[in-house]
Design a protein around this ligand. Structure first.
Ligand SMILES: O=C(O)CCC(=O)C(=O)O
Length: 277
């Protein structure tokens, strides 16, 4: 019996590779998270900015709360079962009237996992729609597994390598319109991307990338995870990441530094160049 999702949503996830929208919190509550984000950006700019956007849930309590939000974890449990951990997180912020975009890609391409049956929730803290540059998905594309990607390192492409899948039939795309406080969940192999923000407000999305069952093994670099629910991972080489107890908790911060360096080693493995994020 699922905890949060309907049987139809479970079928949709298997058939199309995503579910959207899912209510996590009210718009008012989402506004308080946006305020906390902007306070962090103002008070600790070195720890949270466009090039230091990875694993900020290890630095700031408001993002740790989202990573462990009971509705988010219930949704993950409905899809993955009772035992899972979190690998990393990314803040995808598109400033007003900017050219930044995300090319068509599949998340799992460069993660170096033993299998790609895992998922990412994407939580909207501001409206995410056609004008602000919401995510778009190619329904069912998770069923074809990983296809060829071309690394472009294009300036306005905010993916690590600017990697892109060519020849996507964009007429099939479904646009995930989210209000602040709603989230989508997508499969690691679905082809997705997003257009620039043409509006006068920020588009702020926080993606938990990704929650995985313990049978998914890291095959490149260090094996680092944050435990979320159920039994803990028991890998011999496990490096467990600790939750922060307060903003900029030095123990969790040390974990973030290590996790983000490791994340770059994994995502840029074999790449011709590296960017700062
Ligand atoms: O935020 C975006 O526009 C893209 C995010 C994305 O590709 C992801 O979360 O996997």
């Amino acid at each position: 019996m699922p905890k949060v999702l309907t049987n139809q949503q479970l079928r949709d996830y298997n058939e199309y590779g995503f579910i959207s929208p899912i209510d996590v919190m009210s718009e008012d509550e989402a506004a308080t998270y946006k305020d906390r984000l902007e306070e962090a950006e103002q008070n600790h700019p070195e720890h949270i900015h466009a090039e230091n956007r990875n694993n900020a849930h290890l630095s700031f309590m408001f993002l740790d709360e989202l990573a462990h939000h009971p509705i988010v974890l219930d949704v993950v449990e409905d899809l993955l079962g009772p035992h899972f951990s979190l690998w990393a997180s990314v803040l995808f912020i598109k400033e007003p009237n900017t050219k930044h975009y995300v090319s068509w890609h599949q998340d799992a391409t460069y993660m170096g996992m033993s299998n790609n049956d895992f998922l990412s929730p994407w939580i909207a803290l501001t409206p995410s729609n056609l004008e602000t540059g919401c995510m778009s998905m190619i329904p069912g594309s998770h069923k074809q597994h990983i296809v060829a990607h071309e690394d472009t390192f294009a300036d306005d492409n905010i993916l690590t390598r600017g990697q892109r899948v060519n020849d996507v039939d964009e007429s099939k795309a479904e646009h995930l319109i989210l209000k602040p406080g709603q989230m989508s969940v997508h499969h690691a192999e679905i082809i997705h991307g997003s257009q620039p923000n043409r509006s006068d407000e920020r588009r702020i999305g926080f993606t938990l990338q990704s929650y995985m069952r313990h049978d998914v093994k890291q095959q490149i670099a260090q094996n680092q995870w944050m435990h979320c629910r159920g039994d803990k991972r028991t890998d011999d080489d496990l490096l467990e990441l600790e939750r922060p107890r307060f903003d900029l908790d030095p123990i969790a911060q040390k974990g973030r530094d290590a996790a983000s360096a490791n994340y770059a080693d994994i995502l840029y493995h074999g790449a011709k160049q590296r960017r700062a994020y």
